[in-house]
Design a binder for this molecule. Structure first.
Ligand code: CP
Length: 370
């Protein structure tokens, strides 16, 4: 039986992937429009601002039955495949529902043991097979770089390429999480001059946490932002991210505890210590310096916000949830709307939403309320 192999050979791939990212990115755009969504580095400030405006419009249009019907009609002739072979709750559900908001019919594989991969079909061939039946592939995969490889493969080898969205790739990137994180930051700071100039603390397992990596890349788009990284010594942010931030002129500090940052941060972005990877079974007590408790809230700025990509375990005490600065449940709701807007951009219905969709915005409701 042919074994699973990330390294199944496709002529041209090895040469392609060795090139600098800036030279690879154009392959994943079509006529100036984003096509495959793989890396946070694909998003610039005009794209982010435009996407957030579109997100606000879509969520307002969807509020009324007529608007929701109109949105649902936009892509009723389209089909999407959700290939999630690494566990997910909110990314899977938010993409599924984002597709449904826009009318996509959906199918899914969440366990490769239920597909012909169990017979030895390579994941690459599985993805090519999906492209025979659907118009969009959304992929979560445990292997870093696999989303890029399959997107490249569809573009170069397939006679029916379809767009591919990376919904989390190993410990590498989670670009659509970064989109919803920045959207949440932007809305939270709307009345305080936006994200520019804010101090953002990123806390927890920064080495293996792909959400912090993708979010850090986006910070170059917001002048004056300062990042404060707080992680156990073994899980500090990667050298590649530090090099990127230095090259982009984004100031950052590294710390080994959250406590001294509580009063400095405008946003505290908590993450889970991913000790499921630890072979030596470290106890959670070793990570207490990276937990946010109710008693810590008094030390925070009165208008600072708390974020978390979720899922959480013990790193945010449940009692924190009732504080108005706790933003993480809103943050995860934002994910469905931003993903609907992203899919609309990929399929070119964004202009229609901005023009024809305007008629469903006549209720005078605010653009967005957190
Ligand atoms: N934030 C996030 O990626 O959550 P899931 O793993 O539940 O999708």
């Amino acid at each position: 039986m042919q074994k699973y192999s990330f390294y199944q050979h496709f002529e041209g791939w090895e040469e392609f992937v060795k090139r600098p990212l800036g030279e690879r990115l154009p392959v994943f755009f079509r006529e100036g429009r984003i096509y495959d969504v793989l890396f946070s580095q694909q998003f610039d400030r005009p794209f982010l601002d435009s996407l957030y405006d579109l997100t606000n419009r879509i969520r307002r249009i969807a509020k009324a039955r007529e608007g929701a019907r109109w949105l649902h009609d936009l892509h009723g002739h389209r089909r999407a495949m959700l290939y999630f072979v690494q566990p997910s709750t909110r990314t899977f559900l938010s993409f599924l529902n984002a597709c449904h908001i826009l009318g996509f019919h959906t199918s899914e594989i969440r366990d490769p043991h239920t597909s012909s991969e169990i017979k030895g079909e390579s994941p690459e061939d599985s993805i090519r097979t999906f492209s025979s039946y659907v118009d969009l592939i959304v992929m979560r995969h445990p292997q870093e770089g696999f989303a890029e490889k399959t997107a490249w493969l569809l573009n170069v080898y397939s006679d029916r390429p379809v767009p591919l969205i990376n919904a989390g790739s190993g410990s590498d990137q989670h670009p659509t999480q970064a989109l919803l994180d920045v959207y949440t930051l932007q809305r939270s700071f709307e009345d305080r001059g936006g994200i520019e100039g804010k101090v953002i603390a990123l806390v927890g397992d920064l080495k293996r946490g792909r959400t912090v990596r993708s979010l850090s890349y986006l910070m170059k788009n917001y002048p004056g932002v300062k990042l404060l990284f707080a992680a156990p010594p073994a899980f500090q942010i990667g050298e590649d991210i530090k090099e990127f931030l230095s090259n982009q002129g984004v100031p950052f500090e590294e710390h080994t505890s959250l406590e001294p940052l509580l009063g400095r941060a405008d946003a505290i972005y908590m993450t889970r210590i991913q000790d499921e990877h630890d072979k030596d079974g470290k106890s959670e007590s070793q990570y207490e310096d990276f937990c946010l408790r109710k008693r810590d809230l008094a030390k925070m700025k009165p208008d600072a916000i708390v974020m978390h990509p979720l899922p959480r375990r013990g790193e945010i005490e449940v009692a924190v949830d009732r504080d108005p600065r706790a933003m993480y449940w809103r943050q995860e709701r934002n994910g469905m709307w931003i993903r609907a807007a992203l899919i609309s951009v990929i399929f070119g219905s964004d202009e229609e939403v901005r023009t024809e969709g305007e008629r469903y915005l006549s209720d005078g409701s605010p653009a967005y309320s957190l």
